[in-house]
Design a binder for this molecule. Structure first.
Ligand SMILES: Cc1cc2nc3c(=O)[nH]c(=O)nc-3n(C[C@H](O)[C@H](O)[C@H](O)COP(=O)(O)O)c2cc1C
Length: 210
């Protein structure tokens, strides 16, 4: 129904929804406000994220729970525009090859710019002491997303970038030691426009044995 409206009423509906959301999150605690307010952002302003803010976000990531408290995560931050563009293209090409090799049905094509013009890209690696690298990295990204959101930044997990973690040129340029495993990639920056939240239904509980 809403698709039949012109863009002006959609803007009004969006603005009203945003105001209602702000009022709604005002009455919950700040952490829940960040959890429900966060959404993947796919359009960014070009402005640089100040170093202190990047550091704070990395710190929030590193404070996540991690297997046996090995604290094995290490990070790469990429801000140089040309380097980001180079690896956006290379990452997409590697991803397409990986998909072909995996025999996945149907093409899954990364967008023209898999980093959506974000001014900062954070790659998460785990050093060889990690016991649970994937779990540690995923929890770190979750923390970074919420911290970034609470500071007025947008983020998005970029699974399309996974292949870069194994690319020699990328690893050399980012000074990733041998033996460090790639875990995740997250983009960061000021959202350009409204945050588009994707509603969830009530969680399905398979069993609640009381
Ligand atoms: C492991 C993982 C990989 C993802 N990879 C991408 C990606 O490569 N590109 C993208 O635009 N979004 C990616 N996303 C974001 C999801 O599409 C997004 O989280 C989902 O649609 C729910 O929307 P929300 O984050 O706004 O709540 C990824 C999310 C996860 C958890």
């Amino acid at each position: 129904m809403i698709n039949n409206f012109s863009s002006a009423p959609i803007c009004i509906v969006r603005t009203v929804t945003d105001i209602m959301f702000v009022l709604y999150t005002d009455i919950m605690n700040e952490t829940l406000g960040s959890i429900y307010g966060r959404a993947s952002v796919r359009k960014y302003k070009a402005e640089k994220v100040p170093d202190e803010d990047v550091k704070e976000i990395l710190k929030a990531g590193f404070h996540a729970a991690n297997g046996l408290n090995r604290q094995a995560l290490e990070f790469v931050v990429m801000e140089n525009k040309e380097t980001i563009q180079k690896y956006s293209k290379k990452g997409a090409a590697i991803f397409i090859e990986m998909m072909k090799a995996s025999g996945q049905p149907g093409p899954i094509n990364p967008p023209a710019d898999m980093f959506y013009g974000a001014p900062a890209i954070i790659y998460v690696f785990a050093n060889p002491t990690a016991l649970t690298p994937v779990e540690d990295g995923s929890l770190a990204v979750g923390n970074m997303m919420l911290a970034a959101h609470s500071m007025g930044y947008g983020t998005c997990f970029i699974g399309f970038a996974a292949g870069l973690g194994y690319d020699e040129e990328f690893r050399n340029e980012c000074k990733v030691p041998e033996g460090h495993s790639f875990v995740a990639c997250m983009i960061l920056g000021k959202p350009d426009g409204n945050i588009e939240r994707r509603p969830r239904p009530e969680p399905k509980v398979l069993c609640w044995n009381k």
